[in-house]
Design a binder for this molecule. Structure first.
Ligand code: SF4
Length: 256
């Protein structure tokens, strides 16, 4: 049982005024509650070790994996990556040289395999034709420059761009996904209605630009969302966040 002091439930505190990419005032979650949540998740689940180190080949793999895992589990993306390597469809130049239906067959485990094949071939085309095949060149610059460049590639949306920016480029950003929306809403940490950029900026401001911590935050949210804070039948009675979670306390009839 943790004896860490529970922060007062002060909700949203920091305010980010309108600015570049932020047309409206954004209220940020209370950093003290977020820090408590992070510590509780880390203590209960342990470090997730999502790509603590990655060489150039690893960074390319992270980028392809970020596309392949769209709307599917990472295990399926990992299987597709293995099949690409085993077939000699590696790295970018080799993937580009193959007909799209062959690539689609290799990434079949990820579902939507025709569109996934097109997406990874488009990513490879930009990498090869515009950056000389250098993943380091594609990922050069600060976080905003990198994610803007990635968002310009067909098939790369905000969540995918942020996963690449954080895990492949190792630059500070917050990855927003269905698990993050759910956790924020259930714990009453949401900075407003679901809107990707609102959440990203609010959580990034509250957590700070610590890349290792942002890496671990996203990994912990995913693990917790898959195993404990499930969409239906969440395991609130076994959750390390119950002490500070209004939804969980209501679910278990503990709310005063
Ligand atoms: S207490 Fe329940 S609703 Fe709250 S975070 Fe935990 S699993 Fe999710």
């Amino acid at each position: 049982m943790r004896n860490r002091k529970l922060p007062s439930r002060s909700g949203l505190v920091a305010e980010l005024p309108p600015g570049p990419g932020r047309p409206e005032l954004v209220r940020s979650p209370d950093p003290a509650r977020l820090a408590w949540t992070y510590d509780a998740l880390l203590e209960a689940l342990g470090p997730q070790q999502w790509w603590p180190h990655a060489d150039e080949d690893g960074r390319f793999e992270i980028c392809l994996g970020a596309i392949l895992t769209q709307n599917t589990a990472w295990t399926a993306a990992a299987r597709a990556l293995s099949q690409l390597r085993a077939a000699g469809a590696w790295p970018a130049e080799a993937i580009l040289a193959l007909p799209q239906d062959v690539v689609a067959d290799l990434v079949r485990p990820t579902g939507h395999f025709n569109v996934k094949a097109r997406k990874i071939q488009e990513f490879c085309r930009v990498l090869v034709e515009e950056h000389g095949g250098s993943i380091d060149q594609l990922l050069s610059g600060d976080a905003e420059a990198v994610r803007t460049r990635l968002l310009g590639i067909w098939g790369v949306g905000p969540e995918t761009a942020d996963a690449m920016t954080l895990y492949a480029a190792r630059l500070p950003t917050f990855v927003v996904d269905a698990y993050a929306y759910r956790l924020a809403e259930r714990m009453e940490l949401a900075p407003g209605a679901r809107q990707y950029e609102r959440y990203r900026q609010a959580f990034l401001a509250a957590i700070g630009p610590d890349v290792a911590r942002l890496n671990e935050w996203h990994a912990l949210i995913v693990r917790h969302g898959q195993q404990i804070c499930r969409r239906t039948n969440p395991l609130c009675d076994a959750c390390p966040l119950l002490e500070d979670c209004p939804f969980g306390q209501r679910t278990l009839g503990l709310a005063g």
